[in-house]
Structures are given as structure tokens and as C-alpha cells.
Design a protein around this ligand. Structure first.
Ligand SMILES: Cc1cc2nc3c(=O)[nH]c(=O)nc-3n(C[C@H](O)[C@H](O)[C@H](O)COP(=O)(O)OP(=O)(O)OC[C@H]3O[C@@H](n4cnc5c(N)ncnc54)[C@H](O)[C@@H]3O)c2cc1C
Length: 563
């Protein structure tokens, strides 16, 4: 993806903010011109990918594909922040089309991170100039989450003892752009190990199944691929050396998962904006639904807070990637996990908030709900994210002898000292409860239970996103948010959001921590509740309702006391 030399530690700032703003506006204008609600609903109903439209987006008409191509190959060389903003905007329009466009970025990724100079020049230049559509062929019928189980083979072909190419045999499953791409990066087992190969559409023996009939993202093409003795020459092996495939895939997960996280944000906010507008005009029991606390505080407010916590994490991770901090796979997993779960939950609430109308197609929220559902599945399921997050942070806990989250909490407490109204002290309590949960799990050897391990992954995501939102609120208060940052909420609103989410996260860590430890081992309950600081976390819930009232006021644009 754009600005994607993610294996290097060089800093890449990507687009300037004026160019990014222009691109975001151009995407919206293109959608307004070409993709009416009626057309979207018709395509969704017909289960049809608008191929011409996707190609138009990747041509001079819009040129969104250029974002993903480095400048030296004729692209715009967008950075991670740029890509996230664009992904969010496109997902807010239609997640199926966003998936089609972004599959090209994903499909060319192995070349960007692992290709030889000649491969990069050939494929990335063609992508920029011709708007070539790519597909990313990793998943197989029996190898999804467990990619190591892949069965597609790449058998070396030799001529006079010299390696001249490979023969590919196997099947790929659920491939976005599967039947419409021009070129495919396909993962196959060579004698040296899993390797990526570039296969062109029309290669003899290479066929595509008819598109899948899907629950959602029905404007995106998804199809199986069949490789029957497909002969590729030596130039097709990405990087020219066998066995680099899984490493190359790993090198971009931090980045690609961030893109899907941005999809969750875009779709989630799109649904939430629709229900906010609807509820402001819908009169029940003598007044608009937007003024009924039981409605807003269940269906609107917590979702806005969770989405914005996820945004803070997405933005922070994207900035770190652009600063050359490495691959950040754990952070990508945290961002994807919270943003997609938040987007999915927000869309579900948006249906509920529309009542019977939400259950019909006309109001679009049921389509968004079906669409956003995929984000918790592709690019690694939520359960795989939980496992990745938990295992990686568990190592940090062990390496630092339990200090990892306490140190982060100390830093947040310092922030709370200078800025007491950002929920930082509460978020710090969440981090401390997390550190203690991990420690009690260590002494009780509880992470041998997979359930415990995965649930801890969720708690880590909540605690770290609460921390990120407090920090984002602090930056906003200092006027220090990046020029490319989303500016929907001002500093005062971000402070309210941060407090609301910090309470939720801290309470969740404490109560779930209690449940996990008590549920898996003989536990000295008084010591555990003291270690988790359950009393302090309960006390931090003070003024929670007032903050939710303030947040509802902000979200509905009503005049009132917002802080
Ligand atoms: C619309 C769509 C588009 C897609 N696009 C692409 C694409 O372009 N390219 C591509 O390569 N792939 C693509 N995929 C594939 C997608 O990435 C996989 O479906 C996903 O990774 C899950 O793999 P799976 O379907 O085999 O499910 P499985 O791995 O069988 O998982 C099934 C369930 O078991 C859980 N699970 C799996 N392993 C474990 C474990 N060890 N412990 C506990 N729980 C576990 C999972 O979380 C999930 O809930 C797409 C899929 C869809 C549906």
C-alpha cells in the first residue's frame, strides 16, 4: 500500500494535507456523481460488482489507486495516515467498492515489500499508468487463519539444469477481485517454503470461479481461483528467492490491518450518522428520540466513544508507521480489533435505533451492517487478533517483569497531573488493572487456557485505546493534532469522549479481570480486588452520566454545556 516501504525505518510523511483534503473531496464528489443511493441498493440487491466504476476510480477520472503507488513509480506515494483517511472515506460510501479498490493495494503489497527492483518497476509502474487491478491470493479452502496449512504448490521447472520457472497447482478461496483482477499475487509452497508469485489473468491453466453470493459487501467481487499446472517464469517469483512469502505477508500486517480498521471506522460512523439524523426527526412519546436518554445513552453515545477511541489508536499507529517505527503488527491488530468490532456494533445499534425502518433496505443501515460484518473476518478474524495481541503483549509483560503496563500507567498519571479532565487517571487505572490481571494469570499459569488468553487480548485493546484517546485529547487541547488528523471533534468534545471511554475501559478490565482469574483458579478474592483497585475504578465512574449527557449534546449539535 501507499508509502509502503514499511520494512524500512525511514520516515515517510506521504501527502501534504492540502493534497489529502483534495483527494478526499474528489472521492466524495466522484461518489456523489456516480453512485446514487438507488444505484447502490440496486447493485446490492443484484449482487453485482460495478466493474466499470471500480476501473474508473483507478483511472484518470479519480486516480485513487495512485495513492498506493510510490512516487518513483508514478504514484502519489501516500503514507499510512493518508491511506487510513482515504479508506475511512471510501468505506463510508460503500465498503464493497472500497474493498475492490483496496484489494489492488493488498494484491500488490508482496511486490512492494519483497519484489526485486525490476518487479517493482514493472508492476507498480503498470499499476500507476494502466490502473491495473490486483488480487491477493493467500486464503485456501483449508488454510484461512492458519496460512501455514496452505496446499498450493510451486514446483520448480528446470531447463538444462537451470531454474526457469515454476508450475503452480492448487486452489484459492474468497479472493477479493478474484474474477476481475488483471494480475494476482498468489502464495504457494515451493521447495524453499511459501512464496509469492505474480500470475497474470489469462495464463493457461489459471481460471476463476463465479462470484460468491455473499451476506454483505455485495458490490465487491469475491471468487475462488484454480491453478492447474500454471507455468510462470523466473520473473514471477516475488523477490527471486523461495521461502520469503510468510515473512513478506507479516511485514505488511501492521499496515494492512490498519486499513481494515479504517474501514470499520468509516462504516461505523456512516451508520451512526444516519441514526443520529433519523432520531433527531423521529417523534415518539411527544418528543424526538434524540432527546430520550434511554435511547441515546444506549444506542448512540457509547458507540461514538468506542469509535473515537479506535480512531485515536488508528491515527497514532499510522503516524508511527509513517515515522518509520517498524512494522507494528501488534498495534495493527489492536487497531483492527477495536475499530471493526466498534463499527460492527455501531451498525447494529443503528438498525435498532431506526426501529422497523432500520430493518428495511431503504434506510441503508441494514446494508451497512451486512457490509461491515466482513471487517471482523478478513485480514485476520477478531479471534486471531485477540490471540496476536495477547501473545505479543504477554511477552512484554514477562520481559519487563510486570512493569510494562504499570510504566504506561505512570506516564498517563503524569499527564493526568497536568491535564486532569481528560480521563487519564481513569485510563491509568485500567492499565494498572491490566498489569495485575496479567500478573495473576502468570502466577496461576492461566494463559494456558486459550479462553483466558483471548479475553485478555480484548482487555488489552480497550485499555490501550483508552490511553490513546486520552493522549489524542491532550494533543488537541495543546493544538498539536497533526494537520492531516480528522477534525470532527474539537478539544472539549475529545475530552468528554476520552472520559466516557476511559471509564468503560477501566471497568471492563477490572470486572473481566476478576471474572477470568476467579473463573480459572482458586483465588484470594480480597487480595485480587485490592490488586485490581476495584474500589478506585468504581469511584472513577462518578459523573459518568453527566458526561454521557454532555456527549449526547455534542453529537446532536445542541447548544449546552459540553465539558
Ligand atoms: C468477502 C471476503 C473477502 C476476502 N478477501 C480475501 C482476499 O482478497 N485474499 C485472501 O487471501 N483472503 C481473503 N479472504 C479470506 C479471509 O481472510 C478468511 O476468510 C479469514 O482469514 C478466515 O479464514 P477462514 O475463512 O478459513 O476461517 P477459519 O480460519 O476456519 O476460522 C473460522 C472461525 O474459527 C476461529 N479460529 C480460527 N483459528 C482459531 C484458533 N486457532 N483458535 C480459536 N479460534 C480460531 C476464527 O476466528 C473464526 O471465527 C476473504 C474472505 C471473505 C469472506
Amino acid at each position: 500500500m501507499g508509502g509502503r516501504e514499511v520494512t524500512t525505518t525511514t520516515s515517510r510523511s506521504g501527502l501534504d494535507h492540502e493534497t489529502l483534503d483534495m483527494l478526499l473531496s474528489a472521492i466524495q464528489e466522484f461518489a456523489d456523481r456516480n453512485l446514487s443511493t438507488e444505484l447502490m441498493l440496486r447493485l446490492d440487491h443484484a449482487d453485482e460488482c460495478p466493474i466499470d466504476l471500480v476501473r474508473k476510480m483507478c483511472s484518470d477520472d479519480l486516480g485513487v489507486h495512485l495513492l498506493f503507488v510510490p512516487e518513483e513509480y508514478g504514484g502519489l506515494g501516500g503514507g499510512s495516515v493518508d491511506v487510513c483517511r482515504v479508506c475511512e472515506r471510501m468505506a463510508g460510501i460503500d465498503l464493497g467498492i472500497a474493498t475492490s479498490v483496496l484489494a489492488t493495494a493488498l494484491g500488490s503489497d508482496p511486490i512492494v515489500v519483497g519484489g526485486t527492483a525490476a518487479q517493482k518497476k514493472l508492476w507498480l509502474s503498470r499499476m500507476a499508468e494502466e490502473g491495473l487491478l490486483f488480487a491477493y491470493g493467500a486464503t485456501e479452502p483449508e488454510a484461512g487463519s492458519d496460512l501455514g496449512a496452505l496446499k498450493t504448490t510451486a514446483t520448480p521447472v528446470k531447463h538444462d539444469g537451470q531454474l526457469v520457472g515454476h508450475r503452480l497447482n492448487g486452489r484459492k478461496q474468497w479472493i477479493s477481485n478474484g474474477s476481475i483482477a488483471d494480475a494476482y499475487c498468489v502464495l504457494a509452497n515451493a521447495p524453499g517454503g511459501p512464496s509469492w508469485f505474480v500470475v497474470e489473468r489469462g495464463a493457461p491453466g489459471f481460471t476463476q470461479a463465479k462470484p460468491e453470493d455473499k451476506h454483505g459487501i455485495r458490490l465487491s467481487n469475491t471468487a475462488a481461483l484454480f491453478l492447474d499446472d500454471v507455468l510462470v517464469d523466473g520473473a514471477a517469483l516475488v523477490g527471486g528467492v523461495e521461502g520469503q512469502g510468510l515473512r513478506q505477508a507479516q511485514q505488511v500486517f501492521g499496515y494492512t490491518r490498519l486499513m481494515v480498521a479504517a474501514f470499520g471506522l468509516g462504516a461505523g460512523w456512516s451508520a451512526l450518522d444516519k441514526v443520529i439524523e433519523y432520531s433527531a426527526g423521529r417523534i415518539q412519546a411527544g418528543g424526538p428520540l434524540s432527546e430520550k436518554q434511554g435511547y441515546t445513552h444506549k444506542l448512540i453515545v457509547p458507540h461514538a466513544a468506542r469509535l473515537e477511541a479506535a480512531r485515536a489508536y488508528v491515527e497514532q499507529t499510522a503516524e508511527r508507521l509513517d515515522d518509520g517505527e517498524g512494522v507494528l503488527n501488534t498495534e495493527g491488530a489492536i487497531a483492527k480489533y477495536l475499530a471493526t468490532e466498534a463499527g460492527n456494533a455501531a451498525a447494529e445499534a443503528a438498525i435498532q435505533g431506526h426501529g422497523g425502518y432500520g430493518y428495511t433496505r431503504e434506510y441503508l443501515v441494514e446494508k451497512i451492517k451486512r457490509d461491515v460484518r466482513i471487517t471482523t473476518i478478513y485480514e485476520g478474524t477478531s479471534e486471531i487478533m485477540e490471540m496476536t495481541i495477547s501473545r505479543d503483549r504477554w511477552q512484554e509483560h514477562l520481559k519487563t517483569r510486570g512493569r510494562y503496563y504499570h510504566d504506561r500507567a505512570d506516564a498517563l498519571d503524569q499527564l493526568a497531573g497536568s491535564a486532569p479532565d481528560l480521563g487519564a487517571a481513569t485510563a491509568a487505572l485500567g492499565l494498572r488493572a491490566l498489569a495485575e490481571t496479567l500478573e495473576w494469570c502468570r502466577t496461576g499459569r492461566l494463559t494456558r487456557q486459550q479462553h483466558v488468553l483471548l479475553r485478555i487480548g480484548e482487555l488489552i485493546a480497550y485499555a490501550e485505546c483508552a490511553e490513546a484517546l486520552c493522549r489524542r485529547a491532550a494533543r488537541a487541547a495543546d493544538g498539536a493534532l497533526g494537520p492531516k488528523a480528522d477534525n470532527r471533534f474539537d478539544a472539549a468534545a475529545l475530552a468528554v469522549l476520552a472520559r466516557v471511554f476511559a471509564r468503560d475501559a477501566a471497568l471492563r478490565v477490572a470486572t473481566e479481570g476478576l471474572r477470568l482469574v476467579c473463573g480459572s483458579a482458586e483465588t484470594a478474592l480480597p487480595e485480587l480486588t485490592t490488586a485490581l483497585r476495584v474500589g478506585e475504578i468504581a469511584a472513577s465512574q462518578a459523573r459518568g452520566l453527566a458526561d454521557m449527557d454532555a456527549l449526547a449534546t455534542i453529537l446532536y449539535g445542541r447548544r449546552g454545556e459540553a465539558s
